[in-house]
Design a protein around this ligand. Structure first.
Ligand SMILES: Cc1cc2nc3c(=O)[nH]c(=O)nc-3n(C[C@H](O)[C@H](O)[C@H](O)COP(=O)(O)OP(=O)(O)OC[C@H]3O[C@@H](n4cnc5c(N)ncnc54)[C@H](O)[C@@H]3O)c2cc1C
Length: 429
């Protein structure tokens, strides 16, 4: 245990979360939420309703990171490693998606500004040693007086869906026990404004994605600079930018998992043996149900808004919901959202209880929730008519925000590829 209280606390949370709290039989799956899950849901919902939603339009228009809102979240303990540890500690796996759904119900742009850090944290959590988790995870968040964000940088201009095409290199300088990184990362959420960047780089290009490794770039490291900031269709309160790595030197200890483990893995791959460790893919697989839950939050927000609108809005002497075409659309929206939630919860439970995703259930959950979010928000615009198309009403923002959920963390096409390969055993192309 570290002498630093913050690091010691992080280590404890990590140990508790990774311990066998589930017991040998594993947690039982139930749709009846326990008191802790209900309390967290209501707590996050309260913040989403009282703080996030009222700020949504302003930060979408400003296209800037909503630091005051992040700070508010940090003050109540919703932004920080303790909160993430608390969500993760639920051995049913449901608290993490529940919290994400509620927050993104408030607003997805601000939700991503708050939750974007967790992708870098997931990489450190999934691939780092206990010591690395204790050192870097708290630094990803800072504290309530001075909150920080973190970035996970995998994508590159020529390596989006094709993760194996990553060109950013990491070369080991043995004399100084340092890694030297060079390359350009694209589309990084919090890229350049983050304190901690986690970068996926290749240590052996011939091995494609099996030659990848993940590195922590500590705050203020020379040679790690923000490139162009991206102007986006939606999720505009969340910062997205290129990151340039020019002879960026980090200590040997910044390689997640450590050099011994990397060398062993590379040796196994070079001998032609299987290796399950692919740095970027591991992070994505673990985070897919959570990302699906974010999409669900947007879909539910649009559904609820359009349901109320349809009851109020009168045309031809009656409320528009009295028309089957409107009422049936709302019925379908509710059904699709609930169906997507069941897939998200199943995948979250499977992931947390260590079940193998035999049929790519993680991908299924993200694919379904992302597509339901795009479809439901489009329906919501239709139900609001002209008002739905204007910035005076929130459903157009929700529709813009929803669209990214069929693109990032694996496009819908890539999810279908993963699922079809998993169910068939055929290397579908
Ligand atoms: C707002 C935002 C935030 C992001 N945040 C991050 C981040 O934090 N970190 C990070 O590393 N990346 C991030 N990304 C990048 C994101 O993950 C990529 O955009 C995504 O993986 C798709 O890659 P691409 O844009 O290069 O599209 P491409 O890979 O060029 O795909 C273009 C089209 O071709 C299709 N396609 C490609 N290959 C196939 C195939 N084999 N079969 C069928 N269809 C195919 C795709 O589905 C898509 O429709 C972010 C992107 C955005 C827009």
């Amino acid at each position: 245990m570290s002498d630093n209280p913050a690091v010691a606390e992080a280590e404890q949370i990590v140990n508790e979360a990774t311990g066998d709290g589930a017991g040998s039989e594993g947690p039982k799956f139930t749709l009846e939420l326990n008191q802790d899950q209900q309390d967290i849901r209501d707590w996050v919902h309260g913040f989403a309703e009282g703080v996030v939603r009222p700020a949504a339009e302003e930060w979408d228009e400003r296209e800037e990171t909503p630091w005051p809102v992040i700070q508010e979240a940090a003050k109540i303990g919703l932004y920080g490693f303790e909160a993430l540890g608390q969500f993760w500690a639920d051995d049913t796996g449901l608290t993490l998606p529940i919290a994400n759904e509620e927050l993104f119900w408030g607003d997805a742009g601000i939700g991503m500004a708050i939750m974007g850090t967790s992708l870098a944290v997931a990489a450190i959590f999934g691939q780092g040693t206990g010591e690395q988790m204790g050192e870097w995870i708290p630094q990803c968040f800072g504290d309530a007086d001075d909150p920080k964000v973190a970035a996970f940088c995998s994508s590159e201009p020529d390596a989006g869906s094709d993760v194996a095409a990553i060109r950013t290199t990491a070369k080991y300088d043995e004399a100084n026990d340092e890694w030297v990184l060079n390359g350009q990362k694209a589309w990084a959420t919090n890229g350049g404004i983050a304190d901690v960047h986690v970068v996926i780089a290749t240590v052996d290009r011939e091995l494609k994605s099996r030659g990848h490794a993940a590195f922590v770039i500590p705050p203020g490291t020379k040679g790690c600079e923000q490139g162009a900031k991206v102007k986006k269709h939606g999720l505009r309160a969340s910062h997205t930018a290129d990151v340039h790595l020019d002879d960026c030197r980090v200590p040997g200890s910044c390689l997640l998992g450590g050099k011994e483990k990397l060398d062993e893995r590379l040796a196994r791959v070079r001998e032609g043996k299987r290796s399950k460790s692919q740095a970027a893919m591991q992070t994505f697989e673990a985070s897919r149900p959570t990302v699906g839950a974010q999409a669900l939050g947007i879909a539910r927000a649009a559904y609820e808004y359009s349901l109320e609108y349809a009851k109020e809005r009168r045309q031809f002497g009656k409320a528009i919901i009295e028309n089957q075409s409107i009422a049936f659309a709302l019925a379908d929206m509710k059904m699709e959202i609930d169906a997507a939630r069941l897939l998200v919860w199943r995948a979250a439970w499977m992931g947390r209880s260590g079940q193998k995703f035999e049929n790519a259930e993680g991908s299924m959950s993200k694919l379904k929730a992302g597509e339901v979010a795009v479809w439901s928000t489009e329906r919501a615009i239709q139900i609001l008519g002209g008002n739905g198309y204007t910035r005076e009403f929130p459903v157009e923002r929700m529709h813009r925000d929803a669209k990214i959920y069929t693109i990032f963390e694996g496009t819908s096409e890539i999810q279908r590829l993963v699922i079809s390969r998993a169910i068939s055993g055929v290397h579908v192309k």
